[in-house]
Design a protein around this ligand. Sequence first.
Ligand code: ZN
Length: 247
Amino acid sequence: METFKVEGVILATSNFGDANRVVTLYTKEFGKLEVNAYGCRRSRSPLAGAIQMFNLIRAEINHGVQVDTIRDADIINFYPNLTADIERLSYAAIFFEIVDKMTLPKLCEVEIYNLLVKSLPVLNKKNPQIATLMAIAQFMEFTGFQLNFENCVRCGKKIIGDASLSFADGGAVCESCSHGAIKGFNYPESLRQTFEELLSFDWLTENQLTFNLRQIHVAEKILFRYVQTLLNQELKSIKFLSQLAIN
Ligand SMILES: [Zn+2]
């Protein structure tokens, strides 16, 4: 049987049968893969510790006619705070569900893999709301659906001062192009700066996250609504967070 090796982040798992899981991995080598992990929910299975959402693993996979199967897996890195803290878990799960929903299988985009790997330690340690919004905003750059935050989508001029932000137009609309009427959301200067900071954050710095928390709250509302509009569905993870009522 043909086998191959991958390094990947576990985006999602779902249980089936007595002790098995379907595992969605985002791998460095092949992009998103769906593989079966048989017996991994038995405590004595050699796969038991490795096959958990958010883990970065090295896996050996058997290529099957219908499904691929994980034969062996080692943990490269795991993030204990993500599973210990329900708010942190909920936020990180939103980022992961968005990546899962907005990527195609077996399409290798190493930048997405790199973003997952770099953002996980920050999602594990820093303000979970801000870390998640940074991850989602930066991920959108790789989807072709990023909103234009910087320039007016109508006239192309750099946005200065207050403007509006319209999903239908694909981003910011300057005051003169909107003829005084707000299209979509209010898009004040401070919100534009917040989006710029989210997009330019360098994951490898150890700096504290210093953001305008009021605008972070608005940015969350916009990003969550935009993604759900694009996907034309309510995401389970976003619904879960709203049920926690921590906002
Ligand atoms: Zn304009």
